[in-house]
Design a protein around this ligand. Structure first.
Ligand code: SAH
Ligand code: SF4
Length: 395
């Protein structure tokens, strides 16, 4: 997957957006909701289910954005739909491609807010990291998103729309009439909810969006290829199993409440023991094989041999994999990345206790696309661009 050898930035034309009080956007509506609005807008009740199926397939399977192209609907019905509805996804305002092939997109959503979306190609998969909120209400000490206030939750359409936007860029929609995946391996084969925001504080929109991503007549990704990462919103964990059924990752990051209270402040509300109790129930409820424990390696904070031993002790009995994340530094961050031999020694203890302990390779570092660096980096780049322009007297 070689893209380019040097990072490039591509500015994309800005398309004027519809006013909020204009036609309704159908992207992100559940099947039931779409049926309801079609009926409200004059589709006979007896036909509604079939119309939902047809529209659904055009939008989510073939990536069509114009009702006029939906050739299995009558011309009059298509015109009718076009008057009342739109098919809108976030607007891609820029794209950067890293030397390692990682793509970072900036997606603009209603209100002019922007979120970052990262596509990470690997030999056996292509993972899209998407956002669920603009900013975050939580304030994890190592996370740059945590330094930004929550601006708002993304809608279901804006969440699944990030996937559709990336598929546009990867040129990965099947030809109308073809099924998804008929042309061999998929470029976008996995989704991780690991971008900006806490997905379980925007539960319903995340659920509706992921249902569309999993729908067999839609984007059609298996629930095993979708991973939701949470800082530990305990009351929503069982609901995630029941209502979404995707894979779960937990930002664990510490082995004592004293340390976790500081790193992941939500721990003061739901501590390690409460969190582990909820996780013990998760695989049973959702048939997921394993829970991923994310563990950011912070020098002299959580990276001792003792921590590693305590970690494996704590998670005993939970089918788990431990993903060690070398800390991605950002300007002003109160932590440093653990030394490499420390990370390896930690990984070794975890591995010898019987758990997979992959060390996550930072991807797209040259374009600041790594975990915990999102959005802010772009804001910084923008600011400096403005500064540069001001200095050059460009105004
Ligand atoms: N809010 C959710 C999902 C978004 S964060 C959560 O906290 O799980 C996705 C992952 O990136 C989390 O495991 C988070 O702890 C980690 N992360 C955040 N900032 C990071 C940084 N600077 N370096 C490495 N990992 C980071
Ligand atoms: Fe929010 Fe997750 Fe960052 Fe914590 S790590 S501040 S929960 S986005």
């Amino acid at each position: 997957m070689t893209e380019t050898t040097a990072p490039i930035t591509q500015d994309v034309m800005t398309i004027p957006r519809k006013l909020p009080e204009g036609p309704m956007n159908i992207v992100g509506l559940t099947r039931d909701k779409l049926r309801e609005v079609l009926i409200e807008n004059g589709t006979p009740e007896k036909q509604a289910k079939m119309r939902v199926n047809q529209i659904w397939q055009w939008v989510y399977q073939w990536g069509v954005r114009d009702f006029a192209e939906m050739t299995n609907l009558s011309k009059a019905y298509r015109a009718d739909l076009a008057e009342r509805f739109v098919i809108e996804i976030p607007e891609m305002v820029s794209k950067q491609v890293s030397a390692d092939g990682t793509r970072k997109y900036l997606a603009r959503i209603a209100g002019g807010h922007e979120v970052e979306v990262v596509y990470i190609p690997e030999s056996d998969r292509g993972t899209l990291c998407i956002s669920s909120q603009v900013g975050c209400t939580l304030t994890c000490s190592f996370c740059h998103t945590g330094t930004q206030k929550l601006v708002r939750n993304l809608t279901a359409g804006e969440i699944v729309g990030q996937v559709m936007m990336a598929r546009d860029d990867l040129d990965e929609w099947p030809e109308p009439g073809q099924g998804t995946g008929e042309n061999g391996p998929r470029l976008l084969s996995n989704i991780v909810l690991m971008g900006m925001g806490e997905p379980l504080y925007n539960f319903e929109n995340v659920r509706d969006a992921m249902k569309i991503a999993m729908d067999g007549e839609g984007i059609s990704l298996s629930r095993r290829r979708i991973t939701l990462s949470t800082s530990g919103v305990v009351p929503e964990i069982a609901k995630t199993a029941q209502e979404i059924g995707c894979m779960l990752a937990v930002s664990f990051h510490a082995t004592t409440d004293e340390v976790r209270d500081k790193l992941v402040p939500i721990n003061r509300k739901w501590n390690i023991e409460t969190l582990l109790d909820a996780l013990r129930e998760y695989p049973k409820a959702s048939n997921s094989e394993r829970i991923t424990f994310e563990y950011v390696m912070l020098k002299d904070v959580n990276d001792s041999d003792e921590d590693a031993r305590r970690l494996v002790q704590l998670i005993k009995g939970i089918p788990a994999k431990i993903n060690l994340i070398p800390f991605n530094e950002w300007p002003g961050a109160p932590h440093q990345r653990s030394d490499w031999d420390r990370i390896e020694a930690f990984a070794d203890i975890v591995y010898k206790a019987g758990y997979a302990s992959p060390i996550r390779t930072p991807r797209g570092e040259d374009i600041m696309a790594a975990c915990g660096q999102l959005k802010s980096a772009t804001e910084r780049a923008r600011k400096s661009r403005r500064e540069v322009e001001a200095e050059a007297g460009m105004g």
